[in-house]
Design a binder for this molecule. Sequence first.
Ligand SMILES: Cc1cc2nc3c(=O)[nH]c(=O)nc-3n(C[C@H](O)[C@H](O)[C@H](O)COP(=O)(O)OP(=O)(O)OC[C@H]3O[C@@H](n4cnc5c(N)ncnc54)[C@H](O)[C@@H]3O)c2cc1C
Length: 395
Amino acid sequence: MNDTTVIQEADALVVGGGLHGTSSALHLARRGAKVIVLEADYVARHSSGVNAGGVRTLGRPLPEIPLALMSREIWHGMTDLLGEDGGFVPSGQLKIAETDDELQACRERVALLESHGFTHEKVIDRDTVLELEPALARHVTGGIWVERDGYALPFRTTTAFRLAAQRLGARFLEGTAVHRIEQRGTRWLAFTPRGTFGAEKLLVTAGAWSGDLAKQVGEPVPVHPEGLMLMVTHRVAPFCHATLGATGRPLSFKQFDNGTVVIGGKLIGLADLSSRHGEVDFARLVRSARTVTDLFPHLRNLGVNRAWAGVEAFTEDELPVISASRKASNLYYSFGYCGSGFQLGPGCGKLVSELMLDGTPSISLDAFGIDRFERGAASSSSAASSASAAHLVTQ
Ligand SMILES: Cc1cc2nc3c(=O)[nH]c(=O)nc-3n(C[C@H](O)[C@H](O)[C@H](O)COP(=O)(O)OP(=O)(O)OC[C@H]3O[C@@H](n4cnc5c(N)ncnc54)[C@H](O)[C@@H]3O)c2cc1C
């Protein structure tokens, strides 16, 4: 494993074949870079392939909004980029308020966004909510609506990015875990049980496992795994068009064309990094099922078909790390998407490719620097505190 005989060379090595790895690989390859993606399991095995598919700019922390809006434009043009749309449906996203206080919080959130020049979230009243979603319980008081949001199919999207990158020459090696990274001279080496890979630049997109690689270069990051849960119901006649969230309690909810309903909303189960596995906590799922039946009483007797948990990376301030290393040259990170990184994947891959090839991305990534944790709680979190002020319940 420490053999420095390089078996394959590239311009850039990407460690991790989730959506952020595949998207970065595609955007790098589009710029002419020779890319190798090293994936421990198989592409889209973890969060990127098993998430709720929410393509949501709604409810984002302030620093993420420019990235999310840029990414959303890529979602709307996905077929041009990939030759297919990843199952993207621009259903709109609706965050429901269930009390007057919650509606007031929605108004304050939207006013705050407007004071920063963001106009994509709109407050809507109860009648408009019920016009959009007539099956909702009558106690709703209003909400926030974003028309250009929607949902997509996670495994299909991540695979589509992989295939598009491959068509441009990127190589994907699955079952190839990087155990160690090391810079020798101007070259990065990635040591795997299948041999050693070399490149001038190295990108870590290893999701919840990224902290270990950052630590190897003396750059520890407070990132931890959580097992995020989802459940999918049996088929039911169409009753819900938009992708829904709630303001006062965690919820993410959508009905697919085939009639099944996917229910989630940052529901925390169990995660084990060493066994690379997430586990469902049924007691917590029950609470979420109750939120759904409060909002859609007619679903009370609907059966659950399947439940699962994916391993996701969370940071202390609930913002991702999208950054050049501060300790080593030509080393880059993109991880820690805290349950909301699917929507960001297409755009962040582009920004990361700009960071790696040009040095300066077209949208500032200053809020996502890896050194923000070192700079201490006080400063690290001017971004984070405005982020949480602007958060209602995200997802
Ligand atoms: C249940 C659930 C629901 C979610 N719902 C939404 C949603 O609706 N909308 C939204 O925007 N986001 C959602 N998310 C979050 C989103 O899925 C993630 O933020 C995003 O997919 C993260 O992508 P990634 O590429 O950073 O990480 P991952 O998808 O985790 O990919 C990282 C990859 O790196 C590989 N790897 C790790 N270590 C190594 C190593 N040493 N060597 C080689 N390979 C390695 C892993 O095997 C993995 O394949 C949800 C997540 C979950 C779990």
